[in-house]
Design a protein around this ligand. Sequence first.
Ligand code: ATP
Length: 207
Amino acid sequence: MANRSCIIRLSRYKNALNRLKTLNFVRVFSDNLADAAGVTAAQVRKDFSLFGITGNRRGGYKVDELSDQLNKILGKDQLQEVVVIGMGNIGKALFHYGGLEKSGIKVAAGFDIDPVKFDRDSSQPVLPLEGLVDFVRGHNIVLGVIAVPDYAAQQVLELMLSAGIRGVLNFAPICLKAPEGCIVNNINLESELENLIYFVNALEDGK
Ligand code: ATP
């Protein structure tokens, strides 16, 4: 079974491959992908072999074929719809971020409890939280982002689960536990920056 780091690397290989595609590359070698993803060529081959992707020592991989295989593994062969709960600064930024669509991810709707945030008639609406369950079920959505304050996050997670959401990206500054049948990735921007500060200071101290 692949782990989270492996899947993040596959995503990087896929992005590198897309760039090479636009440069009209027909074949690609593990070295090319390794450079782009900041890993060794042996790591690239190991990751691919986990999914039965085999190249040819002299000819490398066919770009189109490899791209299709990676898209399939990453679920990118079909559009993935996502809902965002909490339309504060983080939620709004994700909601409006156009970079997701080229990766086959579409933010279908946002949800909030503050009527000032509602925008019901837009093609990408912001709706009252009460409408979440019906919307998610009606659109067969399994992915959601939490961008509400920490005290509201657990309750929002439970509502998302009851709607059928199975994958959650949590930006609320609280570590949410994944209940059975659901995957929760916690992203705490403050901890990430604190982590950087610690290691940058360690670099300075090592000088
Ligand atoms: P951010 O943390 O995204 O920068 P902010 O500081 O602008 O946000 P917060 O107080 O964190 O604002 O709230 C984020 C959003 O979450 C707000 O739009 C708020 O109305 C909304 N919100 C708060 N509680 C809930 C809830 N239980 N369900 C849905 N949305 C909520």
